[in-house]
Design a binder for this molecule. Structure first.
Ligand code: GLN
Length: 545
């Protein structure tokens, strides 16, 4: 876990804060709405950053099950965080740090440590002011050096866990100048049976906010369609905001269209006016042109990519889905992901693999589904299907090659089979000395040296790359020579760690794997090289369809 900064906050810095809360229910796309608002402000020339507040008691997301929370997103400093931070990085094209994720676990841990050290000089340590002060400090520190800081409060207004944060927010509003602080509340506007938009849930959640002393400045109604003018008026009247402060956020075909949708509603102009940072000089059309052209680009066709993993849940591999989409944007094609459950490698799952134009095997932990991954990789290798292996997917490609090409029967990763005769993936000898397993994970951005004349070099356009990691096991140095002499090339390395594998283009259209997770650095306008390589090969062999 990266260490946290505890610098002193300088209150003279004049940043603007946009807090975003959610009402009625979770899963409304509050994070996407916040990130889209940030994108519009960035388009208008501001330096925008974001903080995600997660009211759970976990210190970080490192130990969380992807089924419950979606993927664990990894930051450059090795912070393991909620997947929402990935959305901010992608929408705002920024690199965040662990300090940009505030959790209850972190806050309480810090306050209790200070209490044990006697820092509170005998005072009673309480939620107000000690926890709330620590929350405010963290938010202000993360905002330092930026023009605008978005602060998304996870969960829904009314949750017990969220209370200290909402109180901190109330104090924040009190402490900041009026035009330095804005509260945006995202709620659900459902339809009645006869197709009428219903505002009651919104009214109730705003009432809840007001009961704790918070008056929203902007209300955003999530619904299937745009809000009717009467709906907006009704919300304005009952929630005590001007009608111009009520915005629609209807369903759109793709999350990257949300900035365009809320811009059409005038959200950015309203927010900039309220924060007194309006920029009249630059017309709207100009500001969003680049983003609009990128995300609405006409597509020439569709490619089918099989994603072979163990969690049948898009959020569990969210960054992989997004990275495929970004590579598609770059190539002007839609990417259709075919789910292949590696625990069910028969029937429909095998036929989906056979239908696909390419295969991605993503990261993972534990034995479940790994034999299916190995089978899928074998299929791709033997049938010239373009393949990209990520982290565990890279490791399984090594195992597959060891078993089926080098003839090392029963080869495996020591993580998955402790008794294997050929641990081609193992803990490095120096790691064995570290006893506490929790501390041995290799996390965050590390540099990889790339060999010249390789596919990796042409994709990355140079002799090195810096990508994010989250793994414990490595290619076992004892087997490298044998694997390489059988044709598996390790084209990227970091000391004795093998980071990239590839087969030569004479042997296979694209057989590429990375020990790191390139998906975490992929952006809509800057697709990740290994994913671009996958689509290059798919379009060359299939020509799309
Ligand atoms: N379980 C493997 C390891 O720890 C791979 C991790 C991953 O795919 N993120 O090395």
């Amino acid at each position: 876990m990266p260490t946290e900064s505890v610098t002193d906050y300088d209150p003279s810095l004049g940043r603007k804060f946009i807090f975003v809360t959610g009402g009625v229910m979770s899963g409304l796309g509050k994070g996407i709405t916040a990130a889209s608002t940030g994108r519009l402000l960035k388009n208008a020339g501001f330096d925008v950053t974001a903080v995600k507040v997660d009211p759970y008691l976990n210190v970080d997301a490192g130990t969380m099950n992807p089924y419950q929370h979606g993927e664990v997103y990894v930051l450059k400093d090795g912070g393991e965080v909620d997947l929402d931070l990935g959305n901010y990085e992608r929408f705002l094209d920024i690199d965040m740090t662990f300090d940009h994720n505030v959790t209850t676990g972190k806050t309480y841990q810090h306050v209790i440590q200070k209490e044990r050290a006697g820092d509170y000089l005998g005072k009673t340590v309480q939620i107000i002011p000690h926890i709330t002060d620590d929350i405010k400090r963290r938010i202000r520190e993360a905002a330092e050096g930026h023009d605008v800081c978005l602060v998304e409060v996870g969960g829904t207004v009314g949750d017990i866990e969220g209370m200290p944060y909402l109180e901190a927010l109330r104090q924040f509003a009190h402490e900041e100048e009026d035009d330095d602080f804005l509260l945006m509340h995202v709620t659900l506007v459902p339809y009645s049976k006869n197709g009428e938009q219903k505002t009651k849930p919104t009214q109730h959640s705003v009432k809840e906010l007001r009961s704790i002393g918070l008056q929203p400045d902007v209300l955003i109604g999530r619904s299937a369609d745009k809000l009717d003018p009467e709906t907006k008026e009704k919300i304005a009247l009952f929630c005590d905001v001007p009608t111009e402060a009520v915005f629609s956020n209807p369903d759109v075909p793709d999350i990257y269209h949300v900035p365009l949708m809320v811009e059409e509603e005038g959200l950015d102009d309203y927010v900039m006016d309220r924060l007194d940072i309006a920029n009249e000089a630059d017309p709207h059309e100009e500001r969003t042109r680049e983003w609009r052209e990128l995300v609405t680009r006409e597509k020439q066709g569709t490619v089918d990519i099989a994603l072979a993993g163990k969690y049948d849940l898009e959020d569990a591999y969210l960054s992989v889905h997004e990275a495929l989409k970004h590579a598609g944007l770059q190539h002007g094609v839609d990417v259709n992901v075919l789910w292949v459950d590696t625990e069910e490698m028969n029937g429909e799952h095998t036929s989906r693999l056979e239908e696909a134009d390419g295969l991605v095997v993503p990261g993972g932990f534990g034995q479940r589904g790994t034999e299916g991954k190995i089978e899928a990789i074998r299929y791709a290798r033997e049938h010239d299907v373009p393949f990209l292996g990520l982290c565990l997917g890279f490791q399984m490609a090594v195992v597959e090659y060891a078993r089926n090409v080098c003839g090392l029967e029963g080869a495996n990763s020591a993580e998955l089979d402790e008794e294997t005769a050929h641990p081609v993936i193992d803990i490095l000898p120096e790691q064995y000395e570290v006893e506490d397993m929790g501390g041995t994970m290799r996390l965050g951005a590390h540099e990889t040296a790339i060999e010249s004349g390789t596919i990796a070099e042409s994709l990355y356009g140079g002799g090195s790359c810096t990508e994010r990691h989250r793994h414990r096991y490595e290619v076992n140095p004892e087997y490298i020579e044998q694997l390489e002499s059988a044709g598996l090339k390790f084209s990227g390395t970091a000391g004795n760690r093998m980071e990239i594998l590839e087969l030569s283009s004479e042997e296979h259209p694209y057989f590429f794997g990375t020990q790191f997770h390139p998906e975490f650095r992929s952006r809509p306008g800057r697709a990740s090289p290994p994913f671009v390589g996958l689509l290059d090969a798919v379009l060359e062999t299939e020509g799309g369809n």
